[in-house]
Design a protein around this ligand. Structure first.
Ligand code: FAD
Ligand code: AMP
Length: 477
């Protein structure tokens, strides 16, 4: 038994490592338990996000996006590149280098903040004890005043399509192929399926996405989802809705995928199958029964708005609790909890949660959609501005998509923003700020936007909600 900690965080993904750093900054004696073993067989911090999620997927999306532009966009810009080729092992190695630099960075931050990294698998015991089982099987128990559970999530596996080697893979497996598959089937046309499907489609694979639901991206504004589907289809992503996978069978180096669509039973033979049907909270065996915290049948830990469980001093943040499975959501919950433990009165505005799909075009949104506002009976007005009318988008040669801003008709408050197009992920920031500051459309209209920038599209969309956009003919209101 070592000295008692003020805080022990279990899990060092974006929720846990951020919670640990903030707790240490506030003077709390902090440890973080993490069991991750990386591709190089070394213990690593950073969780799903840094090791097999946000960062590696974006590294490959960047490489492949530039390759795609070089193939299909450069000639229009007056650049002839002759014969192009790709070096996929080099792309993968670049991605791995980025991952190890960032995960190594977290290790340095832990040292700088004097956070003890307890390597191994953590378990919450009664009386605020946390046991850590190391790789050699040895167990050590630590006492603490507060526990923050941040054990994250793992990919949902479908019993009917068991993972097999590098042929039937989950999202992690699809980040490591070193040769370009001929044909890939992706189960699930959600965010992860679309991002990974885009990576391999840009490299030349034939990609079919089978989605059980009949609606494409149901959480996205309908107009934007429709535009996104059209754009992705044009790129060659074959998105089949109402197509439920019923099983798969590996034969040699091919996989047969069985599914049902509106025409009945179907099957297709592909080289690789990616199972991207969502993620589930990782809490199995994590908490001893006598601790008594509420966990539902899906493994999700029950918490209130402040991420407190029903047991005082035990908190849970990130993918293990309700809400969208997003890195920044977990990080901000981690900050909130660390600050509350230190006696501050922090809270989180879940209504201003940014969401991004990092495809091309990017899709990004915050706040309410028109569909949600209609259902809630809120009187609203939407202003839109197409990138086709943006001077900067034209100069970039990237004019697909639009910005939509929605305001409350009575108060002028911004209720939501929905974007599809170039740099949508970065442009979203100002609408998130608008929601956080409870800004009005008039506030955005008053804000001077540099010319020529893509952000002018946001300005013009705001003006257009009021029928006074300059660079499009305004619809009569
Ligand atoms: P995790 O990142 O899952 O971390 C949990 C950590 O806890 C892990 O390191 C795990 O080893 C550790 N752990 C679990 N159990 C124990 C235990 N008993 N003892 C010790 N340690 C334990 N989100 C975005 O916001 N933007 C994106 O662009 C994005 N892209 C993604 C792309 C892909 C391919 C995937 C798979 C996910 C993506 N996500 C993205 C989702 C994002 O990765 C997660 O929402 C985020 O990682 C959740 O953070 P977390 O800290 O709650 O959990
Ligand atoms: P997400 O949760 O955003 O990662 O998306 C996962 C998607 O996979 C959801 O849209 C599900 O409808 C879809 N899905 C789940 N099971 C199946 C299945 N058996 N066949 C096809 N799609 C599925």
């Amino acid at each position: 038994m070592t000295d008692k900690y003020d805080v022990i965080v279990i899990g060092a993904g974006p929720a846990g490592y951020v919670a640990a750093i903030r707790a240490a900054q506030l003077g709390l004696k902090t440890a973080c338990v993490e069991k991750w073993i990386n591709k190089q067989d070394k213990p690593a911090l950073g969780g799903t996000c840094l090791n097999v999620g946000c960062i590696p997927s974006k590294a490959l999306l960047e490489s492949t996006e530039l390759y795609d532009q070089a193939q299909h966009g450069f000639a229009d810009l007056g650049i002839n590149v002759g014969e192009l080729s790709v070096d996929v092992p080099k792309m993968i190695a670049r991605k791995d280098k980025i991952v190890s630099e960032l995960t190594g960075g977290i290790e340095m931050l832990f040292k700088a903040n004097k956070i003890d990294w307890l390597k191994g698998s953590g378990r919450v015991l009664a009386n605020k004890q946390v046991s850590v089982t190391a790789a050699d099987g040895s167990d050590t128990s630590y006492a603490t005043d507060n526990v923050i559970i941040a054990t994250g999530s793992v990919p949902v596996e479908l019993g009917i399509t068991p993972l097999q080697g590098d042929i039937v893979v989950d999202s992690s497996g699809a980040l490591d192929w070193e040769a370009i598959p001929g044909k890939i089937c992706v189960i699930g046309a959600g965010v992860i399926g679309l991002e990974l499907g885009s990576v391999w489609r840009r490299l030349g694979s034939e990609v079919v996405l089978l989605e059980a639901m009949d609606e494409f991206l149901p959480m996205v504004d309908k107009q934007i989802a429709r535009d996104a589907k059209r754009a992705f289809t044009k790129q060659g992503l074959d998105i089949q809705l109402s197509a439920r996978v019923t099983g798969s069978e590996v034969n040699g180096d091919k996989v047969t995928v069985n599914y049902q669509d509106k025409n009945g039973d179907q099957s297709m033979v592909v080289d690789k199958l990616i199972v991207a049907v969502g993620r589930k909270a990782l809490t199995e065996g994590l908490v001893a029964d006598e601790v008594g915290i509420g966990i539902d049948e899906r493994g999700v830990i029950h918490v209130n708005d402040h991420c407190e469980t029903n047991v005082p001093g035990i908190y849970a943040v990130g993918d293990v609790v309700r809400g969208p499975m997003l890195a920044h959501k977990g990080s901000e919950e981690g900050v909130m909890v660390a600050e509350r433990i230190a006696g501050e009165n922090s809270s989180l505005n879940y209504d201003a949660m940014p969401n991004v799909i990092y495809t091309h075009p990017e899709v990004a949104w915050v706040g309410k959609t028109e569909e949600q506002l209609k259902a809630d009976g809120v009187e609203y007005q939407a202003g839109t501005f197409p990138f086709a009318a943006s001077g900067r988008a034209k100069a970039k040669g990237d004019t697909g998509g639009l910005v939509k801003i929605i305001r409350d008709k009575n108060t002028d408050r911004v209720l939501g923003a929905h974007l599809i197009g170039p740099a949508a992920s970065e442009l979203l920031g100002q609408s998130v700020l608008a929601l956080e500051f409870d800004a009005t459309i008039e506030d955005i209209a008053h804000t001077i936007h540099a010319h020529p920038t893509l952000s002018e599209a946001m300005h013009e969309a705001a003006l257009s909600a009021d029928g006074r956009a300059i660079h499009i003919a305004n619809r009569k209101r």
